[in-house]
Design a protein around this ligand. Sequence first.
Ligand code: C2E
Ligand code: MG
Ligand code: MG
Ligand code: MG
Length: 286
Amino acid sequence: RVKEQGRNGFSFYSPEMNDYVLGRLEVEQQLRGALEHNEFCMHYQPIYCLNRKKVIGAEALIRWNNPSLGLVSPEQFIPVAEQTGLILPIGEWIIREVCEQGVRWRHSLDEDYRIALNVSPRQFRDGQIVPVLLRIFEETGFDPSCLEIEITEGLLVRNDDSTAQTLSQLKSLGISLSMDDFGTGYSSLSYLKQFPFDVIKIDRTFVRDLADDPGDQQLVTAALAMAKGMGLKVIAEGVENQFQMDFLASAGCDALQGYYLGRPVTAEEFQEKIIPPAEFRKMLEV
Ligand code: C2E
Ligand code: MG
Ligand code: MG
Ligand code: MG
């Protein structure tokens, strides 16, 4: 959209930008009280294993319901939380929630189930992520080998020693590392070589048009071949239909995530609808 031009031919303000700035400040203001007012909730989206034909875990995704802003997408508030540092207390809350939930599901999912947790770069940078995780594992009894930490290239761009060190510490605790939104950044390949990833998650922008974009088909096929060669598992994100599922299955993808397999739902719904009933019964006996 063409903006109104100022005297010098440039205009720094447009009504939308102003809205954006106001929106951001309001988001920040509301975000400050959100933990205290219990406005967050974790949703869980099933991850489906193509080989075993069953759900093998979930990705934990935060939801924020604010009385004045309504439901705010994490795409909108996570960056604000990052910039303000609020991601530190919020991130810690997320880890605790996920670990407590993981312990409750311990008996109803397979032994090797995984819960995937998104961690923001800022959570890594203050050197607190490892001690925070250790404390929460201790408090909750959660088994670190059931945790998969998803990180995006944003973390690796700075590429300092401390990042590499933290990642290998996480690995040595038994946590798996996955590269989220694979293929959307500039240097995914070189990061795969440098850091000890276990899993790549093919971004949903490559999955979306699989049915009619031969280029995307080639890309996904190549990414899968490469990942196999490197001994990595591949999860495809954003699977919304049978075509995508069939294509990814025959291309050798390990696991799928997307609305076709199941939307993100509350822990209660996940337990009722996603976890296989027989195993759910077993869990109730415990
Ligand atoms: P992400 O980690 O790549 O998460 C996947 C996103 O794709 C989620 O959006 C999920 O709801 C959405 N999705 C899943 N299947 C489909 C599908 O079939 N079609 C479409 N169109 N979308 C699908 P969501 O929950 O809005 O989260 C957006 C992003 O916000 C996440 O992207 C992640 O980067 C961030 N985020 C979410 N929860 C957390 C969290 O707890 N901590 C941190 N640090 N970031 C989070
Ligand atoms: Mg993710
Ligand atoms: Mg992703
Ligand atoms: Mg994403």
